[in-house]
Design a protein around this ligand. Structure first.
Ligand SMILES: Nc1ncnc2c1ncn2[C@@H]1O[C@H](COP(=O)(O)OP(=O)(O)OP(=O)(O)O)[C@@H](O)[C@H]1O
Length: 241
């Protein structure tokens, strides 16, 4: 049987000692496109930040490809929410995409011609090559999201964890991101994506994790994506509130 890419066991995460994710259990199927859905404040971002080692859990275990977390995370491209980044920082689009290469080189080594070629290929996939010398402060929201995706592609990780990549973008960019995700899946990549639009879950993803303070259900779209499970997350009052 194929090994799960990421497994989370009994994970609880708190801010200021107040738990917001309780006893979460999940596994990410290799080569899947997995959506994380749940209402506002359900703990979706917190869960993926916990997996990325950006917040220390209060208890539980995270296993990524059976490797120590520090090494395992080199194989994970993380796309944070747009709002979590300082876009006024003086950097060009190409500078930001090239950051995807540092994981392979270490922060203190200069990037070379090959790295620039890889970055330009990623920008081409996201149809942003004409913007390579543009300051990131001068991009629209959708263009910023494309640059983020290009940086993740440049990283060339096997696992992509993305926090609301479709937030505030137009339908053209949305289609480009989804098509890119499907193409990369064909190359063997795995996706874990926080997603809000319940109407597109079935079209865009093949697995789903439904969250509200804990993981309420997870599995294939066929097994899990039904009204009962959606109601449980969105319309029933959480037992923990
Ligand atoms: N840095 C923080 N400090 C304290 N509480 C926080 C912090 N970040 C998030 N929270 C709280 O943790 C809970 C879960 O937040 P989180 O951002 O993980 O939810 P989410 O499901 O991603 O929500 P949304 O769909 O609104 O983005 C919320 O009640 C939120 O107010």
């Amino acid at each position: 049987m194929e090994r799960d890419t990421i497994t989370v066991k009994d994970l609880s995460i708190a801010y200021d000692e107040k738990p917001v994710v309780w006893h979460a259990n999940m596994s990410l199927k290799p080569n899947s496109r997995t959506a994380i859905v749940g209402p506002n404040g359900a703990g979706k971002s917190t869960l993926i930040k916990g997996i990325m080692g950006l917040i220390k859990p209060i208890s539980g275990e995270i296993n990524i490809e059976d490797k120590p977390l520090k090494d395992a995370l080199k194989n994970v491209a993380y796309v944070p929410q747009k709002g979590e980044v300082n876009w006024d920082f003086p950097a060009t689009v190409l500078d930001v995409v090239l950051m995807g290469r540092y994981v392979h080189k270490g922060w203190f080594k200069r990037t070379n011609k090959k790295d620039t070629e890889i970055a330009m290929d990623a920008l081409k996939i996201m149809k942003m090559e004409a913007f390579k010398d543009r300051q990131i402060s001068e991009l629209s929201g959708g263009q910023r999201q494309r640059v983020f995706l290009a940086r993740a592609i440049c990283h060339d990780a096997d696992i992509y964890i993305m926090d609301e990549p479709l937030q505030g973008i137009d339908i053209t960019t949305e289609k480009l991101i989804i098509d890119t995700m499907k193409n990369l899946q064909k190359e063997g990549k795995t996706f874990l994506v926080v997603h809000h639009n319940l109407d597109t879950v079935e079209d865009y993803f093949d697995h789903v994790i439904i969250v509200n303070k804990t993981i309420l259900s997870s599995g294939t779209i066929e097994d899990v994506w039904n009204q009962e499970n959606i109601n449980q997350a969105y319309y029933e009052k959480s037992v923990r509130e």
